[in-house]
Write a protein that binds this ligand. Sequence first.
Ligand code: TEU
Length: 547
Amino acid sequence: MRKEWWKEAVIYQIYPSSFLDTTGSGSGDIRGIINKIDYIASLGVDVVWISPMYDSPWDDNGYDIRDYYKIAEKFGTMEEMKELIQALHDRGIKLLMDMVVNHTSDEHEWFVQSRSSKQNPYRDFYFWKESPNNWKSFFSGSAWELDDQTKEYYLHLFSKKQIDLNWENPRVVEEVHKIFKYWLELGVDGFRLDVISLISKRLDFPEIKEDMSWTDVIDNIYANGPRVHEYIQNLNRQVFASYPDLMTVGEGAGITLDVALDYVGEDRDEIDMIFQLEHMTNNYGVEGRFDYRKENLVEIKALFSKWDKIIDQGGWLNIFLDNHDFIRMLSRYGNTDEYHAASAKLLLTMICTLRGTPCIYYGSEIGMSNIELKSLEEVRDVESLNYAAEASEKGMSEEEILKRINYNGRDNARTPMQWSDEVNAGFTSGTPWLRVNPDYTSINVAKQVDDEDSILSYFKTLLSYRKKHDIFVYGEYVDLLPDHPNLFVYERNHEEETKLIILNMSDEPVPYSIDLMDYDIECNNYPHLEYNDGSIRLSPWQSIVLS
Ligand code: TEU
């Protein structure tokens, strides 16, 4: 297996609106990230991925870009952006920029021109049809919107203000390449490519068939289009290849296992790794994100083992359990009550010992969890708001709609970083754009930073331990107990070395037969480990690494 720095790195994702506000606006800003640069460095992470901070009307929290060459005023200035890049580099930390080139904002100059007339030179920067087909948006409703000016419909797989770019048009490709080059010249170290799997459209716009699940639609109609690999290979050869040592990460909506290596195979000349989403959407019901589904550990372990195989075949993956598009991992997989700290430490151990590049979402290092929104007025996410409007029209009660948004809505994982027990968790002196989780009085950086038993201290120790052992990067992964309902037990094997990771992902103590005399305990989220004659007894949410 080829050795690469981006396989060995650990990524920390920052949602800039929620990290630190230094102006009292209620929204985070670049100055806030700069002010916390030593905190970020203290974690021991190698790369920071920041969600979009470009000029945007903020319909989808910045994933609707109006000007790729301008920093949104709410975040600060281009000068501050350059200062942030330098501050990260001074500490040996790389910057992974989030780049959204499947679509632009409807307020982008290209679309303003395109919609103005059918003859406008920018008309075919986007997709226009005289009549819509039955494609649905990720954010409820039709994926086609009638535009009054020219009485034609335009395509938007996401919100009505996120208009899909027509990559068939060589001018679009040329402009997009320019954008990447601009940011690379500024010194960024790589890109997280938002829904890169969707950029090639099937030009016959096949109808969605009655019997197709939403996943089928994404996997087989929206994603993995006929020219997607040509586009990505061109981008790689014409742009990325001139900048050695980049990290390129594809966000993989619709990338299934059987096509994954086409994107991340060693000799594909495309992208380094992908965020595959199959374990993330595993709690979606048949109707999608806001429909309930009870998942279990056996399913989750099977998904990790299933996807690990592409690494055996030369590909690469990110390992993550949450981000800005999904609920907090502690609320989803852990125990936020009696075993809050133990389960937070266990999940961090899981991310840092599975095979792939770990990605830790801001706040996971201190055990942040979902917020319970009290009313629909508190909802901010366009995906949830559109869902609420559609469900209400279909007669669903406000109470049930709110319950479903609290079940799996994206605002859950976008609440302000909890720095201290001061007002608004020290995040802002103004009114936070999204309510701070009320548990900030007990869950915050200030309370944990000097506590050697805290989640934060455990995470720093875990990361420094991981960096000492290449086996966690290059070692083979084997699940030893795939069918156990509560234990996740896996080995990492590399040359003559083996690490054994045992995670008790339940509220009950669980025995595990092992001759502990043959092992050293290298990581333990408890101060002890019960053992007698050939068997250990893992406490609830106990995680250990043996060697
Ligand atoms: O997400 C696209 C995507 O993969 C969807 O599955 C996503 O999880 C969304 O919630 C639909 O269920 C990317 C960004 O990460 C997301 O924040 C943006 O809203 C979206 O693209 C559009 O840019």
